[in-house]
Design a binder for this molecule. Sequence first.
Ligand code: NFE
Ligand code: MG
Length: 587
Amino acid sequence: MSERRIVVDPVTRIEGHLRVQAVLGDDGKIVDSMSTGTMWRGLEVILKGRDPRDAWAFVERICGVCTGIHALAAVRAVEDAIGIKIPKNANIIRNLLNATLYVQDHIVHFYQLSALDWVDVVSALEADPRETADIQQKISPRHPLAAVGYFRDIQNRVKKLVESGQLSIFNKGYWGHPAMKLPPAVNLLAVAHYLEVLDFQREVVRIHTILGGKNPHPNYLVGGVACPINMHETGGQGTMVNEVTLNYMRAVARHAVDIVENVYLPDIKAIASFYPDWFKYGKGLAGVNCLAYGDFPEVANDFSDKSLQLPAGAIINGNLNEVFEVDARDPEQIQEFVDHSWYQYPDQTKGLHPWDGITEQKYEFAKGSEGTATKFQWLTPDGKYSWIKSPRWRGHMMEVGPLARLVIGIAKNVPHIKEPALDLLKELNLPLEAAFSTLGRHAARALECRWAAGKLVQYVDDLTANIKAGDEAAANMEFWEPSTWPRECKGVGLCEAPRGALAHYCVIKDGKLENWQAVVPTTWNASPRSNEGQKSTYELSLIGTPVADPKRPLEIIRTIHSFDPCLACATHLLNPEGEELCSVQVR
Ligand code: NFE
Ligand code: MG
């Protein structure tokens, strides 16, 4: 038998529990693959019967990585149901919270969660620190940390780790793997940046601690935001918007711009130049089927095209000349299927719109699978094989995320998206199609991060100007009492989370939650096959990729990481048996 099976379970340096199966053909390339969420959580069930004003605090705990975004979607869903409008300051502050999340999440993804797929830490020991300092000077002359001694110190720190035999945060990497291509000096540079960003990501979320009291999980509020605005109080308590905290946030925002310009983007370009093949692998559904709900409304309560800074739309079958309008309320447009997922619907073959959505678990070990019900050896795609549901837009599997947003932004001629994307492609001497790839996904995220860092500065300025003009309103409490609400109503809260299109749906009856459903970015990307056998974005993205050493399937990790998987978001209960620990199985 020439077919070889690879199982990566769990995939590490992601959030949550993901299993990937791949089959290698004769030529060493992947010919089949399956994506499985191996964890279930019951948050949608927990919400039934609760006060809609509290929902944000529960759903925010879906995930500690994308922190506030579920809270934002939740307050929007409840406001939409009841008809609550928020004040201008609240809109700016919500955008500021979200832009902060984008910056932190994107830099942490690139450095802490995926850079080591491309960067060989052990090779950095062979680098000449002088050469590294020269490269740093050349690629980002404004970066303050470019001295030879600085890089030598970092090299010595890594050397001590390696000599001790305990690589700590760098343990179990694929060091010395034949698919690693960076020269030692560039590896050392990237290791330095890994450590710098680890520090900076902590600094940037201080914006959350000022505006939301803490991070992760800053506080939100139905009707506005929970942080008091008081320009006359400058005691610097840290949880109030005043002159001191505004100035502090402005300084952090400027530092974010510096890190993205002088560290993140140059590193993306360096990796792009050493790994040209990775603009060919990992396409998934990028440029084919892409979906975004849009976000960052510049005008409070206005979710029209004109107001949304990240555009909404759907692209189907690779036709970038037509961007379809997306209506998440339309039962014909958004549906979740469970034919390959461990859930039960009255009719297993039909999809349900989230307002009518059901979350009822039904675990079964599909016939033909190998292993046991709690310790899988090989799953078959014919039966149920994941805790992730399978959402569709008008029946189509869709890719969501930074790359989908970039594609939609280009198709809709949004200048702040299209121009930087085309400029970068030109600089790298690549056609547009190259963007629909593993490295295209990383580049799209880096460009989006630069945009978000710039918005941070703008939003701090907007907030300062609006407060100085005399507006200190942070919340609209007119609809706080349930007696003022319609007896029955339903709403949807749409967001662009760092990983893509996010929707929370609520149904309210007599002041209590009758139903709650979250359809989350990683659910779109990591879903199992459709009932017609069509593969999801993750599953498709691996097909055709060569794997140099099946015992160390770095290539699989590279592409799966490019989506920035978050399984807590996607599966929103832990399997009571616990999860299988790291097994890479090859036969
Ligand atoms: Ni847990 Fe999440 C994001 C959301 S992805 S990280 O971004 O929503 O499914
Ligand atoms: Mg859900």
